[in-house]
Design a protein around this ligand. Sequence first.
Ligand SMILES: NC(=O)C1=CN([C@@H]2O[C@H](COP(=O)(O)OP(=O)(O)OC[C@H]3O[C@@H](n4cnc5c(N)ncnc54)[C@H](OP(=O)(O)O)[C@@H]3O)[C@@H](O)[C@H]2O)C=CC1
Ligand SMILES: Nc1nc2c(ncn2[C@@H]2O[C@H](COP(=O)(O)O)[C@@H](O)[C@H]2O)c(=O)[nH]1
Length: 325
Amino acid sequence: MEIFDYDNVLLLPRKCRVESRSECNASVELGGRTFRLPVVPANMKTVLDEKICKYLAQHGYFYVMHRFDIDNVQFTKDMQSQGLYASISLGVKPADYATVDKFVEQEICPEYITIDIAHGHADSVKNMIQYLKAKIPDAFVIAGNVATPEAVIDLEAWGADATKVGVGPGKVCITKLKTGFGTGGWQLSALKWCARVATKPIIADGGIRSHGDIAKSIRFGATMVMIGSLFAGHEESPGKTVEVDGELYKEYYGSASDHNKGEYKHVEGKRILEPIKGPLKNTLIEMEQDVQSSISYAGGTKLMDIRKVNYVILGGDNAGEHLLM
Ligand SMILES: NC(=O)C1=CN([C@@H]2O[C@H](COP(=O)(O)OP(=O)(O)OC[C@H]3O[C@@H](n4cnc5c(N)ncnc54)[C@H](OP(=O)(O)O)[C@@H]3O)[C@@H](O)[C@H]2O)C=CC1
Ligand SMILES: Nc1nc2c(ncn2[C@@H]2O[C@H](COP(=O)(O)O)[C@@H](O)[C@H]2O)c(=O)[nH]1
């Protein structure tokens, strides 16, 4: 098996088929809706809040609200009363089952539900998927996080409509250090490995450090990518604003950090500061333009044309050119 990551793979251009990059369509379909970009901000407290979710839904982007200190039923009602789709997160504890029961009692159905736990290849996730499919069958269920083909096969068989791949590659993640497990350092090849067996969409989660990594994820089998750090440092990001030596930063902390948990127990995340880089809408526009450029370098006109390109691995034991025959 080849081991590589975002920083040692490059995609190879094919002959351009467009006169302008504006002809390239960066949109993607997930769960019956088409979104402008194959990118979703991470469902973390310092990445998004209700206001940002509303902005994303109104402007054609996918979002997944986080699951911490929030009333999911009220959130869903608020979004749907404005004619917007609702996309929430759940855990696997009794309180999460109670939330599902509340949805059923009030006859409300969020369009997207993401089951979001650290070790998603677990019976607890199987039980929650099956509960959701029985109680709210119209919701599109994303489940994770996982790291192996076996896990993707199981989650799909248990009824997940999409899986989220990535254990430990995140910027505020310390899972690798604390447990010795994960895809940190080889997330892109783990994605490739998982995508070979997937029959449903994969969301590649964690490790994206630059916009070109979006195209690399698509090339290796992702339908969408989930990104935290690149979204945490905007003017409207919910993290606290911190000034250091006259420069402004936003705090960005892991969902499994003591900052998020409120206690130091099974901590697998840390807190960092991200420099503030202006409004979110500018980043989203720049990302779209960069993905359009990626499609044009792939010799295509639509997102999945990126899947057709060859690539090179730079340095290391697996170095070389990889041609599609
Ligand atoms: N993508 C990634 O690499 C990671 C992401 N995270 C994020 O941090 C947040 C908190 O995650 P999590 O701690 O799972 O959420 P929860 O605290 O809601 O825990 C989920 C449930 O799974 C149980 N569990 C069993 N084994 C494990 C295990 N190895 N890791 C975690 N839980 C386990 C927990 O029990 P008990 O607590 O008693 O063990 C708990 O009942 C989530 O948003 C998650 O996505 C966290 C770590 C890695
Ligand atoms: N191991 C941990 N992973 C975490 C934690 N909180 C969030 N995450 C994961 O990181 C990605 C975002 O990664 P980034 O590289 O884009 O910043 C996020 O979607 C989660 O899957 C945590 O505390 N520990």
